[in-house]
Ligand binder design. Structure first.
Ligand code: NAD
Length: 258
């Protein structure tokens, strides 16, 4: 094989070879991703400083039902801004690498992200714990509200009952969708390896899943360039950016194995 001058020849991150071996040996892999995996696609994480018009807001104060009831126009506009940002973004090598892994292993991909970039990279059956940025639902709907009853506005309202349309994401303080949570917990308990990518590990109950996997015997690998709250649960921490590291961990389509 001709050496690729752009590809590192020795282990660029401590722990990388051990992670490769664990992945190669695993039959079923539980993957938990967070906002960090989309950072290299240009989608800001919540812990990044908010930019432009939004820099004076704290996302935790916008992403809640209470905030929406208080300032629906402001919160709806923030979601429109995020929808536009994500619509213009593209999946990065980390999203593509995880889609490729599912062709080689039994993978359960559980994400806290609402951006749909895993699906756009080709991952199927993604478990979205926090909903999807492009979905809508109703706040205090009458049961007859639907897209056809929506009056355009900021935000749209149901012309039958006046209910507000809201984004179909899970806000701080809300329960996770039951089926998604059940499927994620089941996979955490039954997989033989747990890979955690790009999450601060601060948002529960998602952050409890790696601990659950560990209790059921799965080694836990954390991939994050910065320390995270899940480092103490991890058997191995690789301090790397996901888009740079993940494609080096298992064979990728179109690349010769080395
Ligand atoms: P977070 O913002 O709390 O943490 C992001 C983590 O990613 C940090 O630990 C950071 O060090 C790490 N990171 C940054 N760049 C990285 C890279 N290139 N590779 C790997 N890791 C990297 O995000 P969270 O833990 O997912 O939790 C916050 C909540 O924010 C979630 O509920 C999620 O729904 C929501 N959120 C989602 C998106 C999205 O869908 N893209 C964006 C912002 C926030």
């Amino acid at each position: 094989m001709v050496a690729d001058p752009l590809r590192p020849t020795s282990e660029p991150w401590p722990g990388m070879e051990a992670v490769r071996r664990l992945i190669a040996q695993a039959r079923s892999i539980f993957v938990l991703t967070g906002a960090g995996i989309s950072a290299e696609s240009g989608v800001p994480t919540f812990r990044d400083a908010m930019t432009g018009l939004w820099e004076r807001f704290n996302p935790e104060e916008l992403a809640s039902e209470e905030a929406y009831r208080r300032q629906p126009e402001l919160v709806w506009e923030w979601y429109l801004h995020r929808r536009a940002l994500v619509a213009a973004a593209h999946p990065n090598p980390a999203h593509h690498a995880l889609a490729a892994l599912a062709a080689q292993k039994h993978v359960t991909l559980v994400t806290q992200n609402v951006d749909g970039l895993h699906q756009r990279a080709g991952s199927q059956h993604v478990i979205e714990l926090h909903g999807n940025l492009f979905a809508n639902k109703w706040l205090d709907g009458c049961g007859r509200c639907d897209e056809a009853s929506a009056l355009p506005g900021m935000p749209p309202r149901c012309h039958l009952c006046g209910a507000l349309m809201r984004p179909g994401v899970v806000w701080f303080g809300e329960d996770l969708p039951r089926v998604a949570r059940f499927r994620a917990e089941h996979a955490a308990q039954t997989s033989d390896l747990c890979l955690v990518v790009g999450t601060s590990g601060l948002v529960y109950p998602a952050a409890a899943l790696p601990g659950l996997a560990k209790e059921h015997g799965a080694p836990v690998i954390v991939i994050n360039p910065l320390p995270s709250a899940l480092d103490q649960t991890a058997d191995l921490v690789v301090p790397a950016a996901a888009g740079a590291l993940l494609p080096l961990l298992w064979p990728q389509p179109g690349m010769e194995p080395d």
